[in-house]
Write a protein that binds this ligand. Structure first.
Ligand SMILES: Nc1ncnc2c1ncn2[C@@H]1O[C@H](COP(=O)(O)OP(=O)(O)OP(=O)(O)O)[C@@H](O)[C@H]1O
Ligand SMILES: [Mg+2]
Length: 370
């Protein structure tokens, strides 16, 4: 049981809207002071989960504890959380300071305390200098900072952020990612951060909860999620992967196209003869003009496309049956051109093996003809 201030616990929480089960028996423990991201495709239940934490929605089943307290029936303003939304919706006719003060005024907090807390909150996001500006006189990033200050002014021990950077362009978004992460580290409060952007989740989070169809597929730190995905969905959704459908063998799988996989650390125990999925990340495939001296974990292909990305070269190579994505460091001496015959090979440690009964995979390889 988690009781610490700033901790969050969801136990078997379910939320339905008519026939739609938006959140399906979700279980999640969030530690005090942690930066936790809810990452998943559109419609997987991220916002619904956050809204139940905020108190805007009530679970149909299960329970939620915030800072050790059961919050069933507790209204949003009495919870130890505040929310920052994607569309930060500042009041256009109010100054920055008035926007931040608004909630406290509504609560009847006295004037001198409001002034002190507004100053404190604006200092946290480095917006004190612009306290007298109106929202339209500021950039998107500055407005987002004000939205964060407006939530922090209540001194919550948990901040809920629903795609707070979604409206910003890429450059600003990256700057704000660093800024928010620094802010969270400095304040030491819990951030529950919703995003469908896996790079954003990877770069900011202590742990990531990868969601699918209203439940958590995997909960782990970014490195573990990337290197040891526990389901085929996670393997395809976080980073990129090449997948082969086939049948489980004693040491790995035999793909339908004949490629033989030997896996040194299968992610799932797939019984012999069962449908299996093998996967290899693009950066784990080695390209060579020479045929490898092994019959497993390799396949012959033809280069169908090359793109230069500065640090890496991205190849799309075509086997007899499919296109594979391959990433090779720029410094690799061997370069290939379209129509070159190549051998793709990989080591057994880099083979992921999953049961294929679960069909939700995000396929990585692009069409080479594109
Ligand atoms: N008020 C509502 N009434 C009916 N269905 C809803 C309602 N809110 C959400 N849903 C449904 O519940 C599911 C989960 O929605 P939710 O908004 O939590 O997804 P999400 O993960 O936040 O997606 P996105 O990345 O698109 O914001 C979806 O199928 C959605 O259509
Ligand atoms: Mg959402």
């Amino acid at each position: 049981m988690v009781t610490e201030r700033g901790s969050v616990e969801l136990v078997d929480v379910t939320k339905r809207y008519g026939d739609v089960t938006a959140v399906d028996k979700i279980n999640l423990e969030i530690h005090a002071g942690e930066f936790l991201s809810l990452l998943g495709p559109s419609g997987c239940g991220k916002t619904t989960t956050l809204r139940m934490l905020a108190g805007f929605e009530q679970p149909d089943e299960g329970f939620i504890r915030i800072s050790g307290q059961y919050v069933q029936g507790v209204p949003p303003y009495k919870r130890d959380v505040n929310t920052v939304f994607q569309h930060y919706a500042l009041f256009p006719h109010m100054t920055v300071a008035e926007n931040v003060a608004y909630g406290l005024r509504q609560k009847g907090v006295n004037k001198s305390e409001i002034a002190a807390r507004v100053t404190e909150a604006l200092d946290m996001v480095q917006m004190s200098k612009l306290a007298d500006r109106k929202p339209r006189q500021m950039s998107g990033g500055q407005q987002q900072r004000v939205a964060v200050a407006r939530a922090l002014v209540n001194r919550p021990s948990i901040l809920l952020l629903d795609e707070p950077l979604g409206a910003l362009d890429r450059k600003l978004r990256e700057e704000m990612q660093i800024e928010l992460k620094l802010l969270q580290t400095r304040l030491g409060i819990t951030f529950v951060f919703v995003t469908h952007d896996q790079e954003e989740a990877m770069s900011m989070s202590d742990r990531i909860a990868i969601m699918l169809n209203g439940h958590v597929e995997q909960l782990a730190d970014p490195e573990t999620v990337y290197e040891h995905p526990t389901t085929a969905f996670v393997a395809g959704f976080v980073g990129r992967n090449n997948f082969w459908q086939g049948t489980a063998t004693e040491h790995g799988s035999q793909a339908d196209d004949g490629t033989v996989f030997v896996a040194s650390r299968p992610e799932e125990d797939v019984p012999n003869g069962e449908p299996a999925l093998s996967a290899v990340r693009p950066e784990c495939i080695h390209l060579s003009s020479a045929q490898p001296a092994k019959s497993e974990n390799c396949v012959q292909a033809t280069v169908a496309g090359v793109s230069y990305f500065g640090d890496v070269l991205q190849y799309v190579v075509r086997t007899r049956t499919k296109d594979l994505l391959v990433l090779v460091p720029r410094t690799n001496p061997e370069r290939f051109q379209v129509d070159d015959a190549v051998w793709c090979s990989w080591s057994a440690e880099d083979v992921y093996l999953f049961s294929a009964r679960q069909a939700n995979i995000v396929m990585a390889a692009p069409s080479a003809t594109a």
